[in-house]
Design a protein around this ligand. Structure first.
Ligand code: FAD
Ligand code: FES
Length: 276
């Protein structure tokens, strides 16, 4: 059992939980994820590590309530237990002194990007931070990202705060001598950023979040194509070169279980968060 020691609502349907996980915390690195199993009847689902506090023995996770399992986690309160937390899994993000790194986070993934960007900053990089969301009310980790960025920008899809959309990045990419780009967000955002940076020849790392089951390379569920080769995001990634990812395959594979996920979520709502 792993106890939730703190919980916070960051925006509508976006929550942070700090979980006591002494067996995971020492190894937890930016870019890695854990797999949660809330109770015996629940499914296993991955969330990316947002912070690891070795002295408290806790790791923090930020999640969007999108379906059955994430809504179930959202119902739990401080003091509640989850059945199991496995990890850290996956490879850590590459952290070196690259020079000037443009770190772009979108939606709920701004939070784990902050963990990566903080490590890059500690490694001596100059950080240009960009956070984006559909609208200003969904922006999270703004103060945290600002604090570790040498330059900081905000963008929203509807223009309610900062720039509108991603076009403004062209100015940064063409004028700032960027050595590397790291982006975490929706497939749409990471694909758009990768397409943009390709024309500038700037290495761009993305974090792929395909559907995962075991998270240990056994089931084949998280298969992606990178540079024409089959990779498994859970053991070969989740960080990959964005210029080599087959984005269309990723999108089609993420939609495979959509009907079943909708039914499961609806059943769960009808039963008030109890597993059907
Ligand atoms: C390595 C990895 C790291 C992740 N890190 C985070 C994180 O830090 N924070 C976070 O909020 N989410 C993260 N996700 C996505 C998260 O695992 C899914 O949102 C979750 O499993 C959905 O489960 P559910 O039962 O609540 O929803 P479901 O009922 O399974 O699905 C509801 C909706 O969410 C979509 N969905 C399901 N799985 C994914 C997925 N893997 N990626 C995107 N959309 C999905 C479905 O297509 C559907 O539209 C990560 C996924 C992976 C593979
Ligand atoms: S989740 Fe099963 S192989 Fe990656």
């Amino acid at each position: 059992m792993n106890k939730i020691v703190a919980k916070q609502e960051l925006a509508t349907k976006i929550k942070l939980v700090e979980i006591y996980a002494p067996e995971s915390v020492e190894e937890a690195k930016p870019g890695q994820f854990v797999i949660l199993h809330i109770d015996e009847k629940g499914e296993r689902f991955p969330l990316t590590i947002v912070d690891a506090n070795i002295s408290k023995g806790t790791i923090s996770l930020v999640f969007n309530e999108v379906g059955k399992s994430t809504k179930q986690l959202g119902i739990l309160e401080e003091g509640d237990d989850i059945l199991n937390l496995a990890g850290p899994l996956g490879n850590p993000s590459e952290i070196e002194n690259f020079g000037r790194v443009l770190c772009i986070g979108g939606g709920v993934m701004i939070a784990p990007l902050w963990f990566v960007a903080s490590a890059l900053r500690k490694a001596g990089n100059e950080i240009i931070g960009v956070i984006g969301a559909r609208n200003k009310d969904l922006l999270i980790f703004e103060d945290e990202m600002k604090a570790i960025s040498d330059e900081f920008y905000i963008t929203t899809d509807d223009g309610s705060k900062g720039y509108t959309g991603l076009d403004f990045l062209n100015k940064i990419l063409s004028q700032k001598n960027i050595n590397r780009v790291v982006t975490m967000g929706s497939v749409v955002t990471m694909k758009a950023v990768s397409e943009m940076t390709k024309s500038y020849g700037i290495k761009t790392m993305v974090t792929l979040t395909p559907i995962m089951v075991d998270g240990t390379g056994m089931c084949g569920c998280c298969r992606v194509s990178v540079g024409g080769e089959i990779k498994y995001a859970c053991i070969d990634g989740p960080e990959f070169d964005g210029h080599a990812v087959d984005w269309n395959l990723l999108v089609s594979r993420k939609r495979i279980y959509l009907p079943e996920e909708r039914i499961s979520s609806l059943l769960n709502e009808r039963l008030g968060g109890i597993n059907p």
